[in-house]
Ligand binder design. Sequence first.
Ligand code: NOJ
Length: 585
Amino acid sequence: MRYISQLIILCLFLTFYSGYAQHTVVSNQISGMANKPAWWKEAVVYQLYPRSFKDSDGDGVGDLKGIISKLDYLKSLGIDAVWLNPIFSSPNDDNGYDISDYRNIMKEFGTMQDFDELLAGLHKRNIKLILDMVLNHSSDEHEWFKQSKSSRTNPYRNYYHWWPEEKGKPTPRYSFFDVNNDAWKYDAATKSYYLHYFSQKQPDLNWENEKLRNEVYDMMKFWLDKGIDGLRMDAFQYAAKDTTWKKYPEGYEKNIIKYYGMGPNLHNYLKEMNKTVIRKYNVMTVAEGAGSTLEDAHALVDEDRNELNMAYHFEIMDIGNDPKGYKLTDLKKTFTKWDNSFADNGWLAIFLANHDVPRMVSKFGNDSPEFRRYSSKLLTTLIMTMRGTPFYFNGDELGMSNIKFDAIEDYRDIATINAYKNIKAKGEDIKAFMDKQKFISRDNTRTPFQWNDTANAGFTTGKPWIKVNPNYKMVNVAAEEKDPDSELSYFKKIVALRKASPVLVYGAYQVFDIENPDVYCYTRSNGKDKMLVILNFSGKAISYSLNKDIDTASAEVLINNYAKAALKQNQIKLLPWQSIVYKIN
Ligand code: NOJ
């Protein structure tokens, strides 16, 4: 939670200083490297949260065999690649983002044989596999850390960051998940503190150590040699620390990416990694987090940098975290600002949800029974019609929504649980905290995938590790597969449309009427084809005048989340949360 709230504060800062384009029409021209074709630009990536997807053995936890049993479902979606959250051995302090053995599969998830079968099954269906590389930190149960903490002279000592007690208290550093937000944990055995930006069980690796770097590169090769197709670089922007340990100004934690991100040697490490490992394989790489400026992001992903392929930035994630709502203009300006900046060089990932944020329909749409279906399809339309590689979170294709737990006992996420303890210890407003969690907790997206209307939504025959959203009786794959108007059917249609339309991948983006508070209207064009996207982000019917430069004479509806589209010349009557994509001249 603190992690997320820091990001929200950061966004406000960026929003204030970045100077959004104020023009009515903002356009990106087609030119430069951004249009150089690549499979990873054309792919639709489906993020699959293994812990909650499908349990095959009744222990209440999703597993690889469960995914294997659903390969045909994945194929039916029409997606090109699956990104799996970490599947490596882990004590699960942070659901797999604390790895104790990078070369093995988490026991609850299965075996290496299962992994090989999964990879082969995906490839047989022409689906690529992206793995999550957690390289900023390991688990404290990793052999490296066990060795490292055993003595000050152990050869693994410098695999992590230690501060000897005799130097006094270490310079304060903020931890996202620590109950007291203290990133230094004292270890009595060697009378030293170790650094952990995340939980106490996630010590930060010391990237200054060449031996560590080489071990990591070998490990990466191990997985790439198995034939995986891509890597998602978890929190890697924090990997390079300023080890002079200078004091940061008061309140620095409100602007954490500025202080922790893009450290002194980060680009050297990435260039070395690229040269030693990545370049040797035809794989895609995506950075989680991209610094705090557009320039930071470009430095990671521009083609001539030879570092990573694309990045997802946090600015979109930081919009919509206030239960009272958000301004559509902020969303439009943020997408537009980033698209403009990446029109010529570099590439972005496009997403509205993942396992670290709430469900997209609850956050950016309207999850009431009246509008959930429409708004969820509208958001899917936005993701699938923007420039950039779509990263689509599992369950959103069904219109899954936030679970909104009442009791702290129902939460499983260390971020929520430790923030709760922190608030309680400080005597702050627990009710306000709990209300906010219903809206922002990461557990909202982590509930079991809803397969059908049988017990536990068909996710497990046992007791699920986290409660199933009670709306599974209505929102589930079995019901939606039968319904041609379901969110799932819509998702398949729009993925097919994107796959058949190079203009939706490479075409220039032009936004109209950016100050309109309800309607998001833009075109995508490549000189040959042109598409018009109109999204009514409100629960009211709207009569909307299109910009006179948009030629609708031969407009043809390609996809619509209602049965009707009422366009006459440049006037359109939009129904609540209506989204339409037209082919135009
Ligand atoms: C980002 C991951 O997406 C998140 O789930 C995790 O808690 C942190 N990095 C730490 O690995």
